[in-house]
Design a protein around this ligand. Structure first.
Ligand code: DAH
Length: 337
């Protein structure tokens, strides 16, 4: 019996755990219920009393040796695997995802206004007539309603997909006491033919500040601070008189883009100025409609299109690119945080 044990000891010592399969085969051969050790321990019962001590010890050592092979369980590596790594081998593709350019621009604009004390406000994309039009001073049949082609809900024409984020102004004033300082980014919808310049779905950011003694000059300074933070320190702005039903006076804000090359001429229609948003002092009628006393409070509001700003920033000539999910387009933004 001692000879048999010795034979197995040599075999166990010589065993090379080259793979998981080899280790499993070894375990079945030696340590399973029908394995070598089980069999030897069964035979042990028949060993004469005077040999029991020596045989027993040898058998226990054999068992430990077999078990340590399983416990170690690490396949030994081959020479090729231990060779120094080939650092010239091409790496694995990391293929990281990326933010959509609209998200990048929105996040940047929001963070600039947050630093100036604005909080983010939200409103529904499906709006009622009151918040999208009436409270914003568009009476029924007012020609200004024609400025925006609206997707009305067929079953209940009092509801529509919001045509601008100005609706969030009304919701904020209805639910908060001044001072109110909010910025409302969101998706808006207009029934327009899709072309390189316009889409029926796009994004806006609305701003609103209501408090005692809010002035036009304050608005101008806030918008200049935004423009320099977003477009660069040297940025100049100009305000042109304009008309919106919900602000009085109203203005359009342009930034100085320059007229250095053909693209500049094309983008600015030869003026060097680029329109980036609308703004104005909140009309007293809008304050009243939203439950705020215009004799005590005043406010300013502004609104800008995110696509327009993103197209300028990344020199994207066609608004449809934002919606096509073409990876060749989207992947260009992977390196931007
Ligand atoms: N709601 C306007 C639009 O969709 C943008 C706008 C203009 C918002 C002037 C304002 C504002 O808050 O004061 O074209």
């Amino acid at each position: 019996m001692l000879e048999t044990i010795e034979r197995h000891r040599i075999a166990i010592e010589a065993f090379e755990a080259t793979s998981e399969e080899a280790i499993e085969k070894f375990r079945i051969e030696y340590l399973s219920r029908k394995g070598v050790l089980h069999e030897l321990f069964a035979q042990f019962k028949g060993v004469p009393g005077n040999e029991k001590r020596e045989v027993g010890q040898a058998l226990n050592r054999l068992k430990q040796a077999a078990e340590s092979v399983i416990v170690g369980k690490k396949p030994t590596t081959t020479a090729a695997e231990t060779a120094p790594e080939d650092t010239t081998r091409p790496g694995h593709d990391a293929n990281p995802g990326s933010h959509h350019p609209i998200s990048l621009v929105r996040n940047e604009i929001v963070s600039i206004f947050k630093r100036m004390g604005f909080a983010v406000a939200q409103g529904p994309e499906m709006e009622d007539d009151w918040h999208n039009f009436s409270a914003l001073n568009f009476p029924p049949e007012h020609p200004a309603r024609d400025m925006q082609d609206t997707f009305f809900l067929a079953r209940s024409p009092d509801w529509a997909l919001r045509t601008h984020t100005s609706s969030v102004q009304v919701r904020s004033m209805e639910t908060q006491e001044p001072p109110i300082r909010v910025i409302a980014p969101g998706r808006v919808f207009r029934n327009e033919a899709i072309s390189a310049r316009s889409h029926c779905i796009f994004h806006q950011i609305e701003g609103l500040y209501v408090d005692k003694d809010v002035s036009f000059a304050e608005m101008k300074q806030t918008l200049l601070s935004f423009a320099t933070a977003f477009f660069g320190d040297e940025t100049k702005i100009r305000l042109r008189p304009s008309y919106f039903p919900f602000t009085e006076p109203s203005a359009e804000v342009d930034i100085w883009w320059g007229l250095e090359n053909e693209d500049d001429h094309r983008m600015t229609k030869g003026t060097g100025w680029l329109e980036i948003m609308g703004c104005g002092m909140v009309d007293p009628a809008v304050l009243s409609a939203s439950g705020i006393d215009p004799k005590v409070y005043s406010g300013y509001a502004f609104g800008m299109g995110i696509e327009r700003v993103a197209m300028q920033r990344y020199q994207i000539p066609d608004i449809r690119a934002f919606h096509e999910n073409d990876l060749r387009f989207l992947k260009q933004f992977t390196s931007v945080i």
